[in-house]
Design a protein around this ligand. Structure first.
Ligand SMILES: *Cc1c(COP(=O)(O)O)cnc(C)c1O
Length: 388
C-alpha cells in the first residue's frame, strides 16, 4: 500500500487549482503590466484573485501582496517591521524558539544587526502563553511574530488573545499562518493580525506562490526592487497562473473546511490511539490545540531518519519533522524548544494527513510504524551487544 502522509511538507494540487491555471498558461498569457487587451485580461485576473483571497482572510484586496511563497512573505514581514522599528528607535523583537526557519533565521540575521530578540517559552505542550507575550513587551518592541500553527507538531497558538495584547500595546503582530490558512478559520481583522504569511502549496495549490497580508497603513519594505508590480512592494512579473491556482485552492479548502476537519480529526485520533501503545513512545504537542491533520510522535532510542527511510520502503511518505531539516542529522529545533531530551528529539516521526487518506491507510500506517520501530530497536539492541 502506498500512503502519502507528508502534507505539512507539501500537498497534491487539487483539480480546481489546475483547471483554473491552465487558461492562464495557454490563452491569457499576457503580461499584466502591458497596456494591450491581452495584458489587461491578465491584470483583471490578478485583481479577481486578490479579491477572492482577501475575502477568505477577512481583509481588503489592497492589503494582499503576492510573493513567491511562505518564506518570502515571512522575510518581508519581519524585515519590514524591523526597518520601521529602527526608524523609531525600536530594536526589540519577540518571537518563539519553535518558529519556522524562514522567521527564525531572519530574526537571527537581525540580531547580528543589533536587534534584541526575546524567544518566548513554548512550554512542554508547544503552546505560547499570552500573558508571557504581554510581560515580554517593552517600550522598544517593534514586532511580535508568533506562528499560527506549528509545522512540526501542529500546535495551534492562541493568536486571538495575543492579537488583543499587541493591539493594546501598539506593537505589530505578524503570524506565519502557512500551516493554518485553508485548514483553520482565520479572520485577520477580528484577530487583530497586522501581517500574515501564507503559501499555496500547503493547501493543495501550486508551489512557488504565496501571499503576505499587510494591514493598511503599515509600511512594507520591498525585498525585490525593480518594476512597480504589487504597488512597488514586490517587483517582478506576476505568476498569473499560479496566483489563479492559489485563489481556486483557497476557495476549495475554505468551502470544505468544516467537513474536512471533522474527517481528519477522526483519522488523527485513530492514528494517535494506534501508535500510543508502542513502548517508550510519546505524542509531541498539545492533544487539544492541534491541527486536525497532524500526528507527531517520539520513539526513544531510534533515529527518526532511519525510521523515515524504512517506512519509505513500505510505501509510506513520512517525515521526521520539518522538511528543511530532513537532510541534516540534527534533532528538531521545535522538539528541543519543548524541552524534549535529545534521545527523544532524535527519534521523531511526523505524519500529516489530507482528505484523500482513508481509514484503511491509517490502519496500515499504525501497523507499519509499529513494526518499523520494533525492527529498528531490535537492530540497535543487536549492535549494542556486539559493542559490549
Ligand atoms: C512551508 C512553510 C513555510 C515556507 O513556505 P514556502 O512556500 O515553502 O516558502 C513557512 N512557514 C511554515 C510554517 C511552513 O510550513
Amino acid at each position: 500500500m502506498n500512503v502519502y502522509a507528508d502534507n505539512a511538507a507539501t500537498t497534491k494540487m487539487c483539480a480546481a487549482a489546475i483547471k483554473e491555471m491552465l487558461p492562464y498558461m495557454m490563452e491569457t498569457y499576457g503580461n499584466p503590466s502591458s497596456l494591450h487587451s491581452e495584458g489587461q485580461k491578465a491584470a483583471m485576473a490578478l485583481q479577481d484573485a486578490r479579491e477572492r483571497i482577501a475575502a477568505r482572510l477577512g481583509c481588503q484586496p489592497d492589503e494582499i501582496i503576492f510573493t513567491s511563497g511562505g518564506s518570502e512573505a515571512d522575510n518581508q514581514a519581519v524585515l519590514s517591521a524591523a526597518k520601521f522599528g529602527m526608524e523609531h528607535g525600536k530594536k526589540h523583537i519577540i518571537t518563539t524558539a519553535f518558529e519556522h526557519h524562514a522567521v527564525l533565521h531572519t530574526v537571527e540575521a537581525l540580531r547580528a544587526d543589533g536587534f534584541e530578540v526575546t524567544f518566548l517559552n513554548v512550554h512542554s505542550d508547544g503552546l505560547v502563553v499570552p500573558e508571557e507575550v504581554k510581560a515580554a513587551i517593552r517600550p522598544d518592541t517593534c514586532l511580535v511574530t508568533v506562528m499560527y500553527a506549528n509545522n512540526e507538531i501542529g500546535t495551534i497558538q492562541p493568536i486571538f488573545p495575543i492579537g488583543q495584547i499587541c493591539r493594546e500595546a501598539g506593537v505589530l503582530l505578524h503570524t506565519d499562518a502557512v500551516q493554518a490558512v485553508g485548514h483553520l478559520p482565520i479572520d485577520v481583522k477580528l484577530e487583530n493580525i497586522d501581517m500574515l504569511s501564507l503559501s499555496a502549496h500547503k493547501f493543495h495549490g501550486p508551489k512557488g506562490i504565496g501571499a503576505l497580508y499587510v494591514r493598511r497603513g503599515i509600511p512594507l519594505h520591498p525585498l525585490i526592487h525593480g518594476g512597480a508590480q504589487e504597488r512597488g512592494k514586490r517587483a517582478g512579473t506576476e505568476n498569473v497562473s499560479a496566483i489563479m491556482g492559489m485563489a481556486a485552492a483557497l476557495e476549495e479548502a475554505c468551502d470544505s473546511m468544516n467537513r474536512t476537519s471533522v474527517y481528519l480529526t477522526e483519522l488523527r485520533e485513530r492514528l494517535i490511539d494506534g501508535l500510543s501503545p508502542i513502548p517508550s513512545s510519546m505524542l509531541n504537542g498539545s492533544p487539544l490545540y492541534r491541527l486536525p491533520n497532524n500526528v507527531n510522535f517520539s520513539f526513544a532510542g531510534i533515529e527518526g531518519e532511519s525510521l523515515v527511510l524504512l517506512l519509505d520502503k513500505l510505501g509510506i511518505c513520512a517525515s521526521t519533522g520539518s522538511a528543511c531539516n530532513s537532510s541534516s542529522m540534527m534533532p528538531s529545533h521545535v522538539l528541543l524548544a519543548l524541552g524534549r531530551p535529545p534521545e527523544l528529539a532524535y527519534g521523531s516521526l511526523r505524519l500529516t494527513l489530507c482528505a484523500e487518506n482513508t481509514q484503511a491507510e491509517i490502519d496500515y500506517l499504525i501497523h507499519a510504524v509499529s513494526e518499523a520501530v520494533a525492527e529498528l530497536r531490535h537492530k540497535l539492541a543487536g549492535s549494542t551487544q556486539i559493542h559490549l
